[in-house]
Design a protein around this ligand. Structure first.
Ligand SMILES: N[C@@H](CCC(=O)N[C@@H](CS)C(=O)NCC(=O)O)C(=O)O
Length: 242
């Protein structure tokens, strides 16, 4: 099995999952990890595009099957290696919708909020106002949904840590970077700390970054991510006539 990834929120979901499976007693030593340099545009290379036409990390190859999309990879690994991370009884249907919820909501909304907050210095402030407001408000609404869903439970789907927690965590933990103020939601903050305290999460976050940068990037790394991230919103090649 081969994982092509980068130290970014969507990448960390999978490296955390691999480490959680190890923690559950599964031998994952057959998985090799290749770090894709997004800043250098390696996601646009022919060999990458062949594995994922959407040209984004992460992508997992198992035998001759390529699986892109972080949440699909979590589901694939959860099904291939059955553990409580993805229950295989009817409880699965209390978990999978929250995996999809992350993919369809938290990822895109926090990703866009982050882009407009951090990566688009070349866009006039006035043009950023609307997207910042729209994605900022929606991100806060999603945090309120997460808060309600957690209720008095330790994890998103109740008393068991699952792929739903793995998927949501990397985006929520970056709330200072995306400037989504979750501090008014103590339950969400406590959940962030609870997830971070798991040994497998500690190891999963450390793929591709020096140990002392797991929780706080160096100025150089911030600058290089900022540079790479700018391509996410670059629409200079879209013709006005479309
Ligand atoms: N929905 C996809 C999103 C993947 C994604 O956006 N990956 C980002 C890194 S977090 C990426 O590859 N960005 C490079 C680019 O946009 O050129 C997933 O969950 O896997």
């Amino acid at each position: 099995m081969e994982l092509w990834t980068s130290p970014t929120p969507n990448g960390w979901k999978v490296t955390i999952m691999l480490e959680e499976l190890v923690e559950a007693g599964i031998d994952m030593s057959h998985v090799t990890v290749r770090n894709i340099n997004l800043g250098k545009g390696e996601q646009f290379a022919a060999d990458f595009t062949e594995r994922n036409p959407n040209q984004k990390i992460p992508v997992l190859r198992d035998g001759d099957v390529d699986i892109p999309e972080s949440c699909a990879i979590l589901q694939y690994l959860g099904e291939k290696y059955p553990t409580s991370l993805l229950p295989n009884d009817h409880i699965r249907w209390q978990v999978l919708p929250w995996l999809y919820w992350q993919a369809a909501n938290i990822g895109p909304i926090f990703g866009n909020k982050l882009s407009y907050t951090r990566y688009m210095d070349d866009i006039p402030e006035a043009h950023k106002q609307h997207p910042l407001e729209r994605f900022g408000n929606e991100a806060l609404r999603l945090v309120a949904v997460l808060d309600r869903k957690l209720g008095d439970n330790p994890w998103i789907c109740g008393s068991t840590f699952t792929v739903a927690d793995i998927a949501a965590y990397p985006w929520i933990r970056g709330y200072k970077w995306s400037k989504v103020d979750i501090t008014t939601r103590p339950r969400v903050l406590e959940w962030v700390e609870r997830v971070r305290a798991r040994p497998a999460v500690e190891r999963g976050l450390a793929y591709g970054v020096p140990k002392d940068e797991v929780d706080k990037w160096s100025a150089e790394r911030r600058a290089s991510y900022k540079q790479g991230g700018a391509t996410i919103a670059d629409n200079s090649n879209i013709k006005d006539s479309i």
